[in-house]
Design a protein around this ligand. Structure first.
Ligand code: URA
Ligand code: SF4
Length: 212
């Protein structure tokens, strides 16, 4: 399973987005309502990577619009980051779920699905070329840092992706939503975002490089 043959190897974000709905790189497109691509300015220094669209994102077609998104919005504000200045995306672009009666229960994507969807994320990072990538949670970490990476051990410090891009790993915002020590975990998450912003060293989040 791999998305490779559907991912354009040239062109910019517009071409990438246009190609995304055709992807049959794994089986997740079959049951999802729609594919959910990354969103935000291409000329930004910061990309944040989550897991997969959830129930809300799958229905609405936008990233981080459900409960995890609301938590992320609050944390970005607390870290002094404007959501509109960063590019937000997911490691896997289709919602994975199990039906329980009328409800659709989120299911973590498999290792094979994460690998299959990686070419989309890799191309987004190639196009945006951010100064820092925020890797949120273990699915994004598996996609970008490999299966032996442990977010809990390595969070909140400067690391590098195998492309050489600077990154900071942290937990997924939904883990903070569910936390039984919410205030502590919220603060820790905000701290990790602040580490990421400190790596940009005073430059603004948006830049005026050539359109890509
Ligand atoms: N969780 C994610 O990882 N991404 C979304 O877009 C929504 C929830
Ligand atoms: Fe393609 Fe990714 Fe969707 Fe699988 S989850 S069909 S690889 S876009």
């Amino acid at each position: 399973m791999t998305a490779e043959e559907w991912v354009p190897s040239d062109g910019g974000m517009r071409k990438l987005r246009a190609a995304l709905p055709d992807c049959r790189g794994c089986d997740l497109w079959e049951d999802a309502s729609q594919v959910v691509g990354g969103e935000g300015p291409v000329r930004t220094r910061m990309v944040l990577v989550g897991e997969t669209p959830g129930d809300h994102e799958d229905k609405e077609g936008h990233v981080f619009v459900g409960p995890a998104g609301h938590l992320l919005d609050k944390a970005l504000v607390a870290a002094g980051i404007e959501r509109q200045d960063v590019y937000l995306t997911n490691a896997v672009k289709h919602f994975r779920f199990e039906r329980q009666g009328k409800r659709r229960i989120h299911k973590t994507p498999s290792a094979g699905q994460i690998t299959a969807c990686h070419p989309w994320l890799a191309r987004e990072l190639e196009i945006v070329k951010p100064s820092v990538v925020v890797v949120m949670g273990s699915v994004a970490a598996r996609s970008l840092l490999g299966s032996s990476f442990r977010v809990t051990h390595e969070r909140g410090k400067r690391i590098e992706l195998d492309t050489g891009q600077p990154a900071v790993a942290t937990v997924h915002p939904s883990a903070v939503v569910r936390s039984d020590n919410y205030h502590r975990d919220f603060e820790h998450f905000v701290n990790d975002l602040q580490v990421a912003i400190s790596l940009i060293s005073g430059a603004g989040l948006r830049h005026s490089g050539a359109a890509r």
